[in-house]
Design a protein around this ligand. Structure first.
Ligand code: CU
Length: 387
């Protein structure tokens, strides 16, 4: 559920790969990993024979949640390490990879490298161009818009799973969004899908903004890996690291300031950024990934080529968020799918026979409408910047 900052005492990490794609190696003191992400790194066993702590620490403020393991050199005694983590100083700063914010408070002496600054290793693997007529841009706001009721949603739509196999029985979907009351300052529940045309370059601007912004969402896509072209972060106080305001590149719509709008129909503040003309896009050797963090109060620009017909779910990888509706389906070139074989079994609507405690809890929250309060506490706790 939480991001962890991973380090190994007295050893730098040489990060070489993420989500199955080789990157141009970077040497860091630590890296931050969110649910769904994978990182490969190398450490050189060049230190004296001994035991060393491998550390995972969450980013929370005023609370410490740690995971620990031991790096034991061959020949070291079977005991706990006595090592401590590197002291980051003005003369010897630490570099942290994959921060969901721009920087740590100044006194920490930690520099951040956001993932859009990483380069892919394979130079032949380049993002598709924004060709006129074959280019789509979609804005997707992962948030908990309220005010009274704040389900986990994308553009104010809480995903409802179809009661049938949508790929073999598309006509059996009973709650399509076309029949729901969704809109700019509305909340709705339906089987949210996004239509993609075969061969198009699809750019997505994934935001975590508006009144329902929360902690960083690790957004995961099935059926594709995407190119990470740009990250836009919130504004923070350089000295204290406290959050100040959301990124002004995005207009949240609704005729309201960002922090009051549901941000269900976000767009570029500057319309000349449309059609792929976003300044600062990293189009040369951008990294590829299938899970990317969308920072609180900010956005990520990603691209794919729609070359994989099917229905692919895209969701926040925090289980609680996706189960409660922070998901949608990419309806990609449906007409190009092979026909379902003759006699393929069909199924009707389903019900969970014995809802788990967890599902019951969600229903309870929905019924009692306490979701917003809980979420607000959640958000306040997690949008604070680490100190
Ligand atoms: Cu999430």
């Amino acid at each position: 559920m939480y991001p962890y900052r991973i380090s190994v005492d007295d050893h730098d990490l040489l990060v070489i790969e993420s989500d199955g794609y080789k990157i141009q190696p970077v040497v860091v003191e630590s890296l931050i990993i969110h649910p769904g992400e994978r990182f490969d790194f190398v450490i050189y066993a060049t230190q004296p024979v001994d035991n060393y702590w491998i550390r995972g620490e969450t980013l929370e403020v005023n609370r410490r949640t740690i995971a620990e393991a031991i790096l034991r050199y061959k020949g070291a005694p079977t005991q706990n390490p006595t090592t401590s983590r590197k002291k980051c100083t003005a003369n010897e700063t630490c570099l942290v990879l994959n921060c969901p914010f721009s920087f740590y408070p100044k006194m920490k002496h930690i520099n951040c490298m956001t993932f859009d600054k990483v380069k892919i290793m394979t130079v032949l693997d380049q993002p598709p161009a924004a060709t006129q007529g074959k280019f789509q841009e979609h804005f997707l706001n992962f948030a908990f818009p309220g005010p009274d009721f704040a389900p986990d949603s994308i553009n104010g739509i809480a995903f409802t799973f179809p009661g049938v196999s949508a790929i073999s029985q598309p006509d059996g979907i009973t709650q399509p969004c076309s029949k729901s009351d969704c809109g700019e300052e509305k909340i709705c529940f339906c089987t949210h899908s996004l239509d993609l045309n075969q061969g198009d370059t699809v750019q997505m601007v994934i935001t975590n903004m508006g009144r329902g912004k929360g902690w960083s969402h690790p957004v995961h896509m099935h059926g594709h890996s995407f190119y990470v072209l740009k990250m836009g972060l919130g504004n923070y106080n350089h000295t204290t690291g406290e959050f100040i305001s959301q990124n002004s590149d995005i207009d949240c719509g609704g005729g309201k300031p960002q922090d009051q709008s549901m941000c269900n129909q976000p767009r570029w503040s500057n319309q000349s950024w449309s059609n792929g003309n976003v300044p600062g896009l990293n189009l040369k050797n951008p990294p590829r990934k299938d899970t990317v963090i969308v920072p609180s109060g900010g956005y990520v620009v990603i691209r794919i080529r729609a070359d994989n017909p099917g229905l692919w779910i895209m969701h926040c990888h925090i289980q609680l968020h996706s189960a409660d509706g922070m998901a949608l389906v990419l309806n990609e070139s449906f007409a190009n799918l092979p026909k379902v074989p003759n006699g393929f079994p069909t199924c009707g609507g389903f019900r969970r026979d014995t809802p788990s405690k967890y599902i019951k809890a969600i229903f309870y929250i929905r019924k009692e409408g306490i979701s917003n309060k809980t979420r607000l506490q959640h958000q306040q706790q997690h949008t604070k910047h680490p100190k």
